[in-house]
Design a protein around this ligand. Sequence first.
Ligand SMILES: Nc1nc2c(c(=O)[nH]1)N[C@H]1C(S)=C(S)[C@@H](COP(=O)(O)O)O[C@H]1N2
Ligand SMILES: [Mo]
Length: 405
Amino acid sequence: MYFVRMNASLVSRRTALRAAAGSAVLVGAGPLVGTGPVRAAERPPILKPLPADYFIDFGTNAEMRWDAAGDLGDVVDAGRFFVRNHTRTPVIDARSWRLRIHGDGLVGRPRPADAVTLSYAELKAMPSRTITRALECAGNGRSFFDTQQGTPVSGTAWQLGAIGVAQWRGVPLRSVLERIGLRPDAVDVMATGLDDPYVSGGRDYGRVRRPISVDKALDDTLLAYEMNGAPLLRDHGFPVRLLVPGWIGSASIKWLGSLRVSTVPLYSPWNTDFYRMVGGDYAPDSPPLTAQRVKSAFELARGAELPVGERTVLRGRSWSGLGAVRRVEVSTDGGVSWQPARLTGPNVPGAWSRWRLPWTPTVGGATELLARATDSVGRRQPDSSPYNANGYLFDAVVRHPVTVS
Ligand SMILES: Nc1nc2c(c(=O)[nH]1)N[C@H]1C(S)=C(S)[C@@H](COP(=O)(O)O)O[C@H]1N2
Ligand SMILES: [Mo]
């Protein structure tokens, strides 16, 4: 028996006290947030070390440095994975953590007070699935709207390092919803995190939360509790996060606290105010963002110096939210001519493809390297990305300056 459904009206005072004392009874034992040895106000926003060799540190966010990615295998070590926090990483006790699942899209239509609860141990006792997939912020590449296209946008000035690939282990959300009983008229599932409410510009938006469609919930969404074979790091959602493969990172709610399953479409600031295209040529009612696009990055510093007359192996990775990478072309002359790069590694759909191209530069001076990927559904990186005010989904080919000398 994995689930305990409690009827609030039947909970005795004694039961509530036992729960508060930390016994196996589930009602009333809210997750302990911010109760670690360090008090919330004293904690840095990100708990893991962010060495400057591996990260560009933006405070609450930190991106992976692509120039240091050459020694990574097919996945990114958890210690080197990018972090995107709206507030700060909470310290949650897995023993008292409970996922609360409710809503009129479930059989019995449990209200929040009657939520079905699931403990860490109960979740880990269910059959699990392990998948290698990318997780990427919708704003990855945002800085190039300004530096490459001349149209500044607002938001963290990520280069291309707000992406990582990991091997995620968890329980398919489908298994949990089907075990509880999903009504055929359910349409959306709203995941809410346990981190502090997000306050910006004097406005309190509440806890970070964003709905996904029931279709995506039943397809490949995971309640993930392991990354690369180890429990999630706190910064990446310990004890349990959502992993919504192929979709923008903000759907993959960390520090998962509740799931609301609904027969009507759900809204939060994360699918109304944020993570939609606004400005430029976008219609005012353009839909909430879902799938990621196709991108590529060189495992090389911007402005790197390469020796003239010597063979260099250009390496990089390409990825797509819509499938596998089919083809990568590289230009070493600023986009005049293109050569196919050789794809290496497993090229798992929804993860990334590694590639390489040997190059012996014959003339000295400044040039630009470009990498342009095409994915398995035929989508090729464009020369420019349409402007949007928040700089989401920058998928244009990035011009990578180098000096040959
Ligand atoms: N609860 C919660 N979940 C969250 C966020 C957050 O701030 N709070 N940030 C989201 C965003 S915008 C991204 S890109 C990913 C980043 O995941 P990572 O920090 O593990 O790389 O987490 C998502 N899930
Ligand atoms: Mo994000």
